[in-house]
Write a protein that binds this ligand. Structure first.
Ligand SMILES: *[C@@H]1O[C@H](CO)[C@@H](O)[C@H](O)[C@H]1NC(C)=O
Length: 312
Protein backbone atom coordinates (compact mmCIF):
# COMPACT_ATOMS: atom_id res chain seq x y z
CA UNK A 1 0.00 0.00 0.00
CA UNK A 2 1.08 3.56 -0.63
CA UNK A 3 1.57 5.67 2.50
CA UNK A 4 -1.12 8.30 2.85
CA UNK A 5 0.70 11.55 2.27
CA UNK A 6 -0.69 15.04 1.80
CA UNK A 7 -0.18 14.59 -1.95
CA UNK A 8 -2.15 11.36 -2.19
CA UNK A 9 -4.90 12.94 -0.10
CA UNK A 10 -5.00 16.10 -2.23
CA UNK A 11 -4.67 14.44 -5.65
CA UNK A 12 -8.36 13.62 -6.05
CA UNK A 13 -9.14 17.28 -5.34
CA UNK A 14 -6.50 18.58 -7.73
CA UNK A 15 -7.24 16.03 -10.46
CA UNK A 16 -10.94 15.24 -10.18
CA UNK A 17 -10.88 13.09 -13.36
CA UNK A 18 -8.66 10.57 -11.59
CA UNK A 19 -9.67 7.48 -9.69
CA UNK A 20 -7.16 7.39 -6.83
CA UNK A 21 -4.54 4.89 -7.81
CA UNK A 22 -3.70 1.67 -6.04
CA UNK A 23 -0.79 0.61 -8.21
CA UNK A 24 2.32 -0.06 -6.08
CA UNK A 25 5.57 1.56 -7.10
CA UNK A 26 7.74 -0.37 -9.58
CA UNK A 27 10.94 0.47 -11.48
CA UNK A 28 10.49 2.71 -14.53
CA UNK A 29 12.24 2.13 -17.87
CA UNK A 30 14.67 4.85 -18.89
CA UNK A 31 13.56 5.81 -22.39
CA UNK A 32 16.83 7.61 -23.10
CA UNK A 33 18.88 4.38 -22.85
CA UNK A 34 19.62 2.24 -25.94
CA UNK A 35 17.43 -0.50 -27.41
CA UNK A 36 18.68 -4.02 -28.17
CA UNK A 37 17.56 -6.37 -30.96
CA UNK A 38 15.40 -9.44 -30.39
CA UNK A 39 15.13 -10.01 -34.15
CA UNK A 40 14.84 -8.26 -37.51
CA UNK A 41 13.32 -9.00 -40.95
CA UNK A 42 11.04 -11.88 -39.87
CA UNK A 43 8.04 -12.87 -41.99
CA UNK A 44 4.55 -13.18 -40.51
CA UNK A 45 1.81 -15.48 -41.84
CA UNK A 46 0.28 -12.65 -43.92
CA UNK A 47 2.24 -9.99 -45.84
CA UNK A 48 1.03 -6.72 -44.32
CA UNK A 49 2.73 -4.55 -41.69
CA UNK A 50 2.55 -5.79 -38.13
CA UNK A 51 0.28 -3.68 -35.90
CA UNK A 52 1.23 -4.91 -32.44
CA UNK A 53 2.51 -7.90 -30.47
CA UNK A 54 2.24 -9.47 -27.02
CA UNK A 55 3.82 -12.16 -24.85
CA UNK A 56 2.34 -15.03 -22.84
CA UNK A 57 5.01 -14.68 -20.16
CA UNK A 58 4.19 -17.99 -18.43
CA UNK A 59 4.15 -20.28 -21.48
CA UNK A 60 6.81 -18.02 -23.09
CA UNK A 61 4.97 -17.39 -26.35
CA UNK A 62 5.02 -14.41 -28.72
CA UNK A 63 2.07 -13.30 -30.88
CA UNK A 64 2.05 -10.59 -33.58
CA UNK A 65 -1.08 -8.96 -35.07
CA UNK A 66 -1.47 -7.65 -38.62
CA UNK A 67 -4.28 -6.80 -41.04
CA UNK A 68 -5.20 -9.80 -43.16
CA UNK A 69 -4.01 -9.90 -46.78
CA UNK A 70 -6.43 -8.27 -49.20
CA UNK A 71 -8.81 -7.06 -46.47
CA UNK A 72 -9.60 -3.35 -46.30
CA UNK A 73 -8.61 -2.07 -42.85
CA UNK A 74 -12.21 -0.89 -42.28
CA UNK A 75 -13.27 -4.58 -42.05
CA UNK A 76 -11.20 -5.18 -38.93
CA UNK A 77 -9.91 -8.52 -40.22
CA UNK A 78 -6.74 -9.55 -38.41
CA UNK A 79 -4.14 -12.29 -38.59
CA UNK A 80 -2.32 -13.32 -35.39
CA UNK A 81 0.98 -15.12 -36.00
CA UNK A 82 2.71 -17.05 -33.24
CA UNK A 83 6.51 -16.78 -33.46
CA UNK A 84 9.29 -18.28 -31.41
CA UNK A 85 11.76 -15.83 -29.87
CA UNK A 86 14.06 -16.25 -32.85
CA UNK A 87 11.24 -15.04 -35.08
CA UNK A 88 10.26 -18.36 -36.71
CA UNK A 89 6.58 -18.98 -37.35
CA UNK A 90 4.82 -21.52 -35.11
CA UNK A 91 1.18 -20.95 -36.08
CA UNK A 92 -1.53 -18.41 -36.83
CA UNK A 93 -5.21 -17.53 -36.45
CA UNK A 94 -7.52 -15.44 -38.61
CA UNK A 95 -10.04 -13.06 -36.98
CA UNK A 96 -12.95 -11.51 -38.91
CA UNK A 97 -14.53 -8.21 -37.83
CA UNK A 98 -12.31 -7.59 -34.79
CA UNK A 99 -10.46 -4.29 -35.25
CA UNK A 100 -7.31 -2.39 -36.15
CA UNK A 101 -4.89 -4.09 -33.77
CA UNK A 102 -3.00 -1.12 -32.28
CA UNK A 103 -2.55 -3.26 -29.13
CA UNK A 104 -3.63 -6.63 -27.75
CA UNK A 105 -2.75 -8.88 -24.84
CA UNK A 106 -2.10 -12.50 -23.89
CA UNK A 107 -3.24 -14.33 -20.75
CA UNK A 108 -1.85 -17.73 -19.79
CA UNK A 109 -4.33 -20.36 -18.59
CA UNK A 110 -2.54 -23.60 -17.81
CA UNK A 111 -0.69 -24.54 -21.00
CA UNK A 112 -3.15 -22.52 -23.14
CA UNK A 113 -2.98 -18.87 -24.11
CA UNK A 114 -6.07 -16.67 -24.20
CA UNK A 115 -5.84 -13.49 -26.26
CA UNK A 116 -7.50 -10.19 -25.36
CA UNK A 117 -8.25 -8.08 -28.43
CA UNK A 118 -10.69 -5.47 -29.65
CA UNK A 119 -13.77 -6.87 -31.43
CA UNK A 120 -16.99 -5.78 -33.22
CA UNK A 121 -15.21 -3.35 -35.54
CA UNK A 122 -17.10 -0.15 -36.41
CA UNK A 123 -17.21 1.30 -39.94
CA UNK A 124 -13.69 2.68 -39.47
CA UNK A 125 -12.34 -0.73 -38.50
CA UNK A 126 -11.91 0.03 -34.77
CA UNK A 127 -13.21 -2.37 -32.12
CA UNK A 128 -16.21 -1.33 -30.05
CA UNK A 129 -15.78 -4.02 -27.35
CA UNK A 130 -13.04 -6.24 -25.97
CA UNK A 131 -12.82 -9.95 -26.72
CA UNK A 132 -11.18 -12.87 -24.93
CA UNK A 133 -10.66 -16.19 -26.71
CA UNK A 134 -8.29 -19.15 -26.75
CA UNK A 135 -5.45 -19.05 -29.26
CA UNK A 136 -5.91 -22.16 -31.41
CA UNK A 137 -3.51 -22.31 -34.33
CA UNK A 138 -4.96 -22.90 -37.78
CA UNK A 139 -8.45 -21.77 -36.84
CA UNK A 140 -10.56 -18.73 -37.74
CA UNK A 141 -12.99 -16.82 -35.55
CA UNK A 142 -15.61 -14.24 -36.42
CA UNK A 143 -16.82 -11.60 -33.99
CA UNK A 144 -19.94 -13.70 -33.38
CA UNK A 145 -18.18 -17.08 -32.86
CA UNK A 146 -19.23 -18.99 -29.76
CA UNK A 147 -15.64 -19.14 -28.47
CA UNK A 148 -15.39 -15.34 -28.20
CA UNK A 149 -16.27 -13.75 -24.84
CA UNK A 150 -17.08 -10.05 -25.26
CA UNK A 151 -16.87 -7.19 -22.77
CA UNK A 152 -17.71 -3.49 -22.65
CA UNK A 153 -15.66 -2.25 -19.67
CA UNK A 154 -16.93 1.37 -19.79
CA UNK A 155 -20.60 1.83 -20.75
CA UNK A 156 -20.21 5.31 -22.29
CA UNK A 157 -17.10 4.49 -24.36
CA UNK A 158 -17.30 3.81 -28.11
CA UNK A 159 -13.92 2.20 -28.94
CA UNK A 160 -11.65 -0.09 -26.91
CA UNK A 161 -8.23 -1.68 -27.22
CA UNK A 162 -6.16 -3.38 -24.54
CA UNK A 163 -2.71 -4.52 -23.49
CA UNK A 164 -1.62 -6.85 -20.68
CA UNK A 165 1.03 -6.24 -18.02
CA UNK A 166 2.13 -9.90 -17.88
CA UNK A 167 4.31 -9.43 -14.80
CA UNK A 168 1.58 -7.92 -12.62
CA UNK A 169 -1.37 -9.66 -14.34
CA UNK A 170 -3.28 -6.50 -15.24
CA UNK A 171 -5.45 -5.59 -18.20
CA UNK A 172 -4.70 -2.09 -19.48
CA UNK A 173 -7.64 -0.69 -21.47
CA UNK A 174 -7.47 2.38 -23.71
CA UNK A 175 -10.93 3.65 -24.55
CA UNK A 176 -12.51 6.50 -26.47
CA UNK A 177 -15.05 8.60 -24.64
CA UNK A 178 -17.07 10.80 -27.04
CA UNK A 179 -16.47 14.48 -26.38
CA UNK A 180 -13.51 13.70 -24.13
CA UNK A 181 -10.92 11.63 -25.99
CA UNK A 182 -8.69 8.72 -25.03
CA UNK A 183 -8.69 7.33 -21.50
CA UNK A 184 -6.81 4.55 -19.70
CA UNK A 185 -8.32 2.17 -17.17
CA UNK A 186 -6.42 -0.67 -15.51
CA UNK A 187 -8.06 -3.81 -14.06
CA UNK A 188 -6.72 -6.97 -12.48
CA UNK A 189 -6.79 -9.73 -15.11
CA UNK A 190 -8.77 -11.91 -12.71
CA UNK A 191 -11.56 -9.32 -12.36
CA UNK A 192 -11.60 -8.68 -16.11
CA UNK A 193 -11.75 -12.41 -16.85
CA UNK A 194 -14.79 -12.62 -14.57
CA UNK A 195 -16.36 -9.74 -16.52
CA UNK A 196 -16.10 -7.43 -13.50
CA UNK A 197 -15.03 -3.95 -14.63
CA UNK A 198 -16.64 -2.16 -11.67
CA UNK A 199 -13.40 -1.42 -9.75
CA UNK A 200 -10.60 -0.15 -11.99
CA UNK A 201 -7.25 0.27 -10.21
CA UNK A 202 -6.92 3.57 -12.07
CA UNK A 203 -9.06 5.37 -14.64
CA UNK A 204 -7.98 8.67 -16.17
CA UNK A 205 -7.84 10.75 -19.35
CA UNK A 206 -4.47 10.44 -21.12
CA UNK A 207 -2.74 13.83 -20.77
CA UNK A 208 -2.05 15.94 -23.85
CA UNK A 209 1.46 15.02 -25.02
CA UNK A 210 3.14 17.13 -27.69
CA UNK A 211 4.99 14.86 -30.12
CA UNK A 212 6.71 15.36 -33.47
CA UNK A 213 3.37 14.42 -35.03
CA UNK A 214 3.77 10.70 -35.68
CA UNK A 215 0.67 8.48 -35.59
CA UNK A 216 -0.16 6.73 -32.30
CA UNK A 217 1.25 3.20 -32.65
CA UNK A 218 1.00 1.31 -29.38
CA UNK A 219 1.10 1.17 -25.59
CA UNK A 220 1.68 -1.13 -22.69
CA UNK A 221 2.23 -0.95 -18.95
CA UNK A 222 4.58 -2.42 -16.40
CA UNK A 223 3.57 -1.89 -12.79
CA UNK A 224 3.03 1.77 -12.03
CA UNK A 225 3.94 3.11 -15.50
CA UNK A 226 2.23 3.34 -18.87
CA UNK A 227 4.38 3.50 -22.03
CA UNK A 228 3.18 5.10 -25.28
CA UNK A 229 4.61 4.90 -28.82
CA UNK A 230 4.21 7.15 -31.86
CA UNK A 231 5.82 7.27 -35.30
CA UNK A 232 5.36 7.18 -39.06
CA UNK A 233 7.10 5.13 -41.74
CA UNK A 234 9.99 6.59 -43.74
CA UNK A 235 7.57 6.62 -46.70
CA UNK A 236 5.49 9.17 -44.78
CA UNK A 237 8.31 11.20 -43.19
CA UNK A 238 10.59 11.23 -46.24
CA UNK A 239 13.29 9.33 -44.34
CA UNK A 240 13.24 11.25 -41.05
CA UNK A 241 12.98 9.37 -37.74
CA UNK A 242 9.92 10.64 -35.85
CA UNK A 243 9.31 7.60 -33.59
CA UNK A 244 8.89 8.64 -29.97
CA UNK A 245 8.16 6.99 -26.64
CA UNK A 246 6.76 8.51 -23.46
CA UNK A 247 5.98 7.38 -19.91
CA UNK A 248 2.87 8.26 -17.90
CA UNK A 249 2.57 7.59 -14.16
CA UNK A 250 -0.62 5.55 -13.65
CA UNK A 251 -0.87 6.89 -10.10
CA UNK A 252 -1.07 10.55 -11.13
CA UNK A 253 -2.12 10.36 -14.78
CA UNK A 254 0.77 12.69 -15.57
CA UNK A 255 3.64 12.52 -18.08
CA UNK A 256 6.92 11.61 -16.34
CA UNK A 257 9.36 11.11 -19.24
CA UNK A 258 9.45 12.00 -22.94
CA UNK A 259 8.34 12.04 -25.57
CA UNK A 260 11.84 10.77 -26.33
CA UNK A 261 13.05 10.09 -29.87
CA UNK A 262 13.86 6.38 -30.39
CA UNK A 263 16.24 5.37 -33.16
CA UNK A 264 15.81 1.63 -32.59
CA UNK A 265 16.21 -0.08 -35.97
CA UNK A 266 17.06 3.24 -37.64
CA UNK A 267 18.62 1.44 -40.64
CA UNK A 268 15.49 -0.62 -41.41
CA UNK A 269 13.78 0.09 -44.72
CA UNK A 270 10.29 1.66 -44.40
CA UNK A 271 10.51 1.47 -40.55
CA UNK A 272 7.07 2.15 -39.12
CA UNK A 273 6.69 2.01 -35.33
CA UNK A 274 4.19 -0.77 -34.53
CA UNK A 275 3.43 -1.96 -31.02
CA UNK A 276 4.79 -2.22 -27.47
CA UNK A 277 4.84 -5.09 -24.96
CA UNK A 278 6.42 -6.18 -21.68
CA UNK A 279 8.32 -9.44 -21.18
CA UNK A 280 10.23 -10.82 -18.20
CA UNK A 281 12.99 -13.28 -19.13
CA UNK A 282 13.60 -16.58 -17.31
CA UNK A 283 16.68 -14.86 -15.87
CA UNK A 284 14.42 -12.21 -14.30
CA UNK A 285 15.21 -9.27 -16.60
CA UNK A 286 12.12 -7.20 -17.44
CA UNK A 287 12.07 -5.70 -20.93
CA UNK A 288 10.06 -2.95 -22.61
CA UNK A 289 9.64 -4.07 -26.23
CA UNK A 290 9.14 -1.78 -29.24
CA UNK A 291 8.07 -3.14 -32.63
CA UNK A 292 8.72 -1.85 -36.15
CA UNK A 293 7.50 -2.93 -39.57
CA UNK A 294 10.01 -2.96 -42.41
CA UNK A 295 10.26 -4.09 -46.03
CA UNK A 296 8.24 -3.48 -49.16
CA UNK A 297 4.48 -3.68 -49.81
CA UNK A 298 3.54 -7.33 -50.25
CA UNK A 299 6.55 -8.46 -48.17
CA UNK A 300 6.49 -6.54 -44.90
CA UNK A 301 8.67 -7.83 -42.06
CA UNK A 302 8.54 -7.86 -38.27
CA UNK A 303 11.31 -6.36 -36.13
CA UNK A 304 11.38 -6.35 -32.31
CA UNK A 305 13.66 -4.36 -30.00
CA UNK A 306 13.75 -3.88 -26.25
CA UNK A 307 14.89 -1.45 -23.58
CA UNK A 308 15.86 -2.81 -20.18
CA UNK A 309 17.58 -0.01 -18.25
CA UNK A 310 15.44 1.32 -15.43
CA UNK A 311 15.40 4.40 -13.23
CA UNK A 312 15.11 3.28 -9.59
C1 LIG B 1 20.08 -5.29 -21.27
O1 LIG B 1 20.19 -6.27 -22.27
C2 LIG B 1 21.49 -6.31 -22.85
C3 LIG B 1 21.44 -7.23 -24.06
O2 LIG B 1 20.67 -8.38 -23.81
C4 LIG B 1 22.47 -6.74 -21.80
O3 LIG B 1 23.79 -6.76 -22.35
C5 LIG B 1 22.42 -5.76 -20.64
O4 LIG B 1 23.25 -6.20 -19.59
C6 LIG B 1 21.01 -5.61 -20.12
N1 LIG B 1 20.97 -4.50 -19.15
C7 LIG B 1 20.22 -4.55 -18.06
C8 LIG B 1 20.23 -3.32 -17.22
O5 LIG B 1 19.56 -5.52 -17.75
Amino acid sequence: MQPLTLTTLLLPLLLPHLTLATVPTTPRFDLTKPSYDLFRHKTLHDDTVQQSFTFDNTNRRLFVAQRRNGADSSLGNLCITQLDFGGSQLGYMHLTGFGHGVAFGAQPSGSSTYLWTEVDANSNGYGTRLARFKFTSGTSLSASSAGVQKFKPVAAATEFTCSVDPVNNRLVVRYHLPGSGKHIAVYTLSAATAGDFSSPLVDFKIPTITTLGGAFQGYTAYGRYLYLLWGDSYDVTGGTVNSQVATVDLNTGLLVQGPTLTKAGETLSFREAEGMAIYKTEGGQTRLFLGFASGIAGDRRSNLFYKNATIA
